[in-house]
Unconditional design. Structure first.
Length: 254
């Protein structure tokens, strides 16, 4: 829900096919890079290629950095956000971490930005779930209904991967009230149009080292509203990944 007044209505937008195409091309490129790690052609975790960073993460530091030197990446009428993060979860088994990530029915209890969640269906290691996300920015609170499809696979002893895709994301007007209205996907203020997450989990040192690559797609920054929109578009993707890693660690250690 956007409540900053009617003047903000002029900044509503529509997701364009060219924007989706650029995001899909970029995501395919990233998946090829990840597949080379998952196939054993490179280090399984990118953090392992920088020993000093790996040491810090294993010591308890949460590491977040841009996945691309040019971040966000410009697309037609949009921006692609690419972030990479690592967290070490001590004294836990990889199955416990998987249970946290896969438990859509409890995600609203684990992750503060999720106010409603439920599992829609499960088929083996393939999951479909829903979230209602609540985000706040300067004068612009917003609710989003998200459907995510997540695909898990064990690729070796103590090694799991996940590809998670959220292509169905809708803004919600007046959420939680009698006037609640869900906008069509791709309509509205365009703060989040796509959200892809790629997890690589490796058991080590009596715990689990978890690495997540997060790709998201938003609108570009409209002239005249940069003061309100820019902090959301540029800061939320990084903050969301940090929160996800931090709260996954907390839940898995309980």
């Amino acid at each position: 829900m956007l409540t900053a007044g009617p003047a903000f209505g002029q900044f509503q937008t529509t997701l364009q096919p060219g924007t989706v195409k650029d995001f899909s091309v970029y995501a395919t490129k990233i998946e090829r890079q990840l597949q080379s790690r998952w196939d054993g052609k490179r280090a399984f975790l990118s953090v392992s290629e920088t020993p000093s960073d790996r040491t810090k993460v294993l010591a308890g530091e949460l590491l977040i950095r841009p996945g691309s030197a040019d971040n966000p990446i410009s697309a037609p009428h949009g921006l692609i956000h690419d972030w990479l993060g690592d967290v070490f979860i001590p004294n836990t088994a990889i199955g416990k971490v998987l249970a946290v990530l896969q438990d859509f029915d409890r995600h609203h209890e684990i992750y503060p930005e999720i106010i409603q969640s439920k599992l829609i269906r499960r088929n083996g290691e393939d999951f479909t779930g829903s979230w209602r996300l609540k985000q706040k920015g300067p004068m612009i609170p917003i609710a989003l209904d998200v459907i995510e499809e997540a695909h898990y696979k064990q690729i070796g002893p103590g090694k799991w991967i996940c590809r998670a895709y959220a292509n169905d994301i809708s803004e919600v007007d007046n959420p939680g009230t009698s006037k609640e209205k869900k906008l069509p996907s791709g309509k509205g203020y365009g703060l989040l149009w796509r959200l892809y997450g790629y997890w690589s989990l490796e058991a080590m040192n009596g715990g689990v080292l978890a690495e997540c690559r997060s790709l998201s797609l938003s609108r570009d920054i409209p002239l005249g509203l940069a003061w309100a929109i820019k902090p959301l578009i540029q800061n939320v993707p990084r903050e969301s990944l940090e929160s996800t890693l931090r709260n996954t660690r907390t839940a898995a250690m309980k």
